[in-house]
Design a protein around this ligand. Structure first.
Ligand SMILES: Cc1ncc(COP(=O)(O)O)c(C=O)c1O
Length: 355
């Protein structure tokens, strides 16, 4: 056996959402956007295919400048990655190593522990409150001298709960100024909570805040892998040092630019997804399921020991959702037909499991 890092034995394998094996199955397991690519984005990517024999620009000046303008920061504050998961990896690698702690709420985005252990650091998972939200007081209490970086996922994957601006500000007031706090806003476009924390405003107010964004969800570019961080220039420079060289393809850069051109068209799609989320939520409540408000493109059923049984019923009905054994099931908001399939399947589940 060749030498391998023993820490990797502690890494839970990233479980990709189940993949459909037949066309009669609906995939609501990966928080993907149900809409097909916009024609304008598809055309821009098709034109860029001419250049795939060349490496992409690592600095991506055009896209970087556009995003900087959009966020009201300087281009030096923007760092791209192959999906925001790669940018999250850069953030951890730049901040934490052996002996350092990486803190996040749990359950939250399942890549956080993988990234933390991969960097040689120790993940510190702070349980959510009973109403599925980050327990920011407990997180602040759990900060030690070894805490290097903290992820705040807003709204949270998989529970959909959103944090208010006031809550996150009070939390940041308790975080030492040398600890980086990353506000992961992967689902921000679906967030309709008027009180929600706004990462970019917190970034302006607290020099130890970075914000994480993705083109995978609202912009529907999950397959092209592109996301970015907004960070202070010194942090951003370090992120570029640990970034995988040339990881962000020119196709992804072009698609992201074309998507920014199509914000108005995309906004209609986002509104549709939010309307579907609200329909699914109220129909599930009418069926008797006890679910909280989700501010993301998925809903969360806390089912405990019933999780596996109910997931099997969904699978049997051709609905692939994301089950976390012993905890609950996250169901992505898909097309209206797909959502209705999920609702019909859940309506048929034994009523004893609800609430
Ligand atoms: C909270 C959160 N952050 C980041 C990501 C990563 O998305 P991507 O790497 O596609 O940008 C996801 C994906 O599911 C997520 O749920």
């Amino acid at each position: 056996m060749v030498k391998q890092r023993s820490a990797l034995e502690r890494i839970p394998a990233y479980k990709q959402g189940a993949m459909p094996s037949t066309s009669d199955v609906v995939k609501l397991s990966s928080n993907e956007n149900p809409f097909p690519p916009l024609a304008s984005v598809r055309d821009a990517v098709a034109a860029e295919l001419e250049h795939i024999h060349l490496y992409p620009s690592m600095a991506a000046p055009e896209l970087t400048t556009r995003i900087a303008k959009l966020q009201g920061v300087a281009p030096e504050n923007i760092v791209l990655g192959a999906g925001s998961v790669e940018v999250a990896t850069q953030l951890v690698q730049a901040s934490a190593g052996e002996g350092d702690e990486v803190m996040f709420a749990w359950r939250s985005f399942e890549a956080y522990p993988i990234i933390a252990i991969g960097a040689g650091a120790t993940p510190v998972q702070v349980p959510l409150t009973h109403d599925e939200r980050h327990d920011l007081d407990a997180m602040a209490d759990a900060i030690t001298e070894r805490t290097a970086i903290i992820f705040v996922c807003n709204p949270n994957n998989p529970t959909g709960a959103s944090l208010t601006h006031a809550e996150v500000r009070s939390f940041l007031d308790r975080v030492p100024s040398d600890v980086l706090v990353v506000i992961d806003e992967a689902y921000e476009h679906f967030n309709r909570d008027a009180e929600t924390a706004i990462g970019i405003d917190l970034y302006r107010e607290y020099p130890n805040v970075a914000v994480l964004h993705t083109f995978s969800k609202a912009y529907g570019l999950a397959g092209l892998r592109i996301g970015y961080a907004v960070a202070q220039a010194d942090v951003a420079a370090n992120l570029r040092k640990v970034a995988v060289p040339f990881a962000v393809s020119a196709l992804a850069q072009t698609a992201a630019s074309a998507s920014l051109d199509a914000e108005a068209e995309l906004a209609i799609r986002i509104d549709d997804i939010v309307a579907e989320r609200d329909r699914v939520t109220s129909e599930l409540r009418a069926q008797g399921w006890n679910i909280g408000d989700s501010q993301a493109n998925f809903v969360w059923l806390r089912l405990g020991d019933d999780t596996t049984r109910i997931d099997a019923a969904l699978t049997e009905a051709g609905v692939l959702a994301r089950a976390f054994a012993g905890e609950g099931i996250r169901i992505t908001i898909g097309s209206p037909d797909a959502n209705s399939r999920a609702l019909t399947a859940l309506a048929g589940v034994h009523a004893g499991a609800r609430g």
